[in-house]
Ligand binder design. Structure first.
Ligand SMILES: Cc1ncc(COP(=O)(O)O)c(C=O)c1O
Length: 366
């Protein structure tokens, strides 16, 4: 089976449409010239529409984690009190990055797969009086959608800045950054935007700039957002941009503009509903344990591996049928598998995945 035939239903990298792949083979251009400036400006304008923000937005030549570190590393001083909300691997990663920059990181932890409870977050905020709060919107490791609007509101009440990892929500969900009051939002190219891996985008509010401009602490060099802001005045990036990926991102955003965000969000919802219905119909269980302020993710569905089944052979069975699904990460290895419905996936790929799962399960039962 070669790479062309395998259907990637993992939560990034997602399959990339031929027209987006083709964009990467364009000849290189001068990255300090007008042509690049036009390309960058258009990319940023489209991203602002998708983020629903009037804040500054930049594109970083680095995967999602690069934007996570840019957000946290530029804001924190060595003693900034930070509350990091953790209910999965990526929430934990934000806390790990936070600890590299501040000695005053307080985590509010929930079991992976469990919902965030506001009372526990409030208690941690009372205790810590944070300058910054971090959370993952769509926790990809567990398939749960966390309550971004409620936490943004809480952060405002405590006069803290809110950093939201939207790496697997922006482009697949309606994420109104400004209306919710998110100070820094980040996303990755290889997820709901449907572009190849290797790029990320970040929005920075005026409140976040005020904190960064006063930060005399050591900040990241390569991901120095002030350098990004200065370069943007000339429609440039501070260092050589990953040009083929910029070409691809531009094309991927054009695809999004053609579809329209409202239809895209509706498609993500519909495809996730189809996957969840099929999972329930097959007698399997969805992994997340929800409360009234959380939801199953529309971009990645996490399924518990039943006792009678082995995760590795399930995924091997899927692979033999040409479909790649993801296993669990970290402590969830072997306990769950994950089916992504993000980017430019259609009903066709979803039904191929469901058929492959049905036939794999049938074979395992025999
Ligand atoms: C929610 C979330 N945050 C951060 C990351 C890290 O992104 P990357 O692997 O692109 O560095 C991922 C990747 O899966 C993610 O899903």
């Amino acid at each position: 089976m070669n790479g062309e035939e395998l259907l990637l239903m993992i939560p990034g990298p997602v399959p990339v449409l031929p027209r987006i792949r083709k964009a990467m083979s364009r000849p290189m251009i001068y990255h300090r010239g007008n042509e690049f400036g036009e390309l960058y400006r258009e990319i940023v304008d489209w991203l602002k529409l998708i983020f629903q923000t009037n804040s500054d937005v930049f594109v970083l030549s680095g995967s999602g984690t690069c934007a996570m570190e840019a957000a946290v590393g530029n804001l924190l001083r060595a003693d900034t009190p930070v509350v990091c909300i953790v209910n999965g691997k990526f929430g934990e990663r934000l806390a790990e990055i936070g600890r590299r920059y501040s000695a005053n990181v307080r985590t509010v932890e929930f079991e992976w797969g469990s919902a965030i409870e506001l009372e526990a977050v409030k208690a941690a905020m009372d205790e810590t009086q944070p300058g910054v709060v971090t959370m993952v919107h769509n926790e990809t490791s567990t398939g749960i959608l966390n309550p971004a609007e409620a936490i943004a509101k809480l952060a405002r009440e405590y006069d803290a800045l809110f950093v939201l990892d939207c790496i697997t929500s922006i482009g697949g969900y309606d994420v109104p950054i400004d209306r919710w009051g998110v100070d820094i939002a980040i996303t990755g190219s290889q997820k709901c935007l449907g572009a190849p891996p290797g790029m990320s985008a970040i929005s920075v509010s005026s409140r976040a700039w005020a904190m960064m401009d006063n930060n005399s602490n050591r900040r990241p060099y390569y991901m120095d957002l002030i350098a990004y802001r200065d370069s943007f005045d000339k429609l440039q990036t501070p260092y050589t941009p990953a040009l083929p990926l910029f070409f691809a991102l531009h094309e991927a955003l054009e695809v999004i503009m053609e579809e329209g965000m409202a239809r895209r969000v509706e498609r993500h919802q519909r495809l996730a509903d189809t996957v969840r219905d099929a999972i329930n119909a097959m007698g399997l269980s969805l992994f997340p344990r929800l409360n009234e302020i959380s939801a199953y993710s529309n971009t990645v569905t996490a399924v518990s591996v039943p006792d009678w089944l082995d995760d590795a052979s399930l995924r091997a069975g899927m692979m033999a049928r040409g479909v790649v699904v993801a296993g669990g990460q970290g402590r969830l290895k072997g306990r769950i598998f994950r089916i992504a419905t993000m980017g430019n996936i259609t009903e066709r790929e979803v039904s191929r995945t469901i058929q492959a799962l049905e036939s794999t399960l049938k074979e395992a039962e025999r």
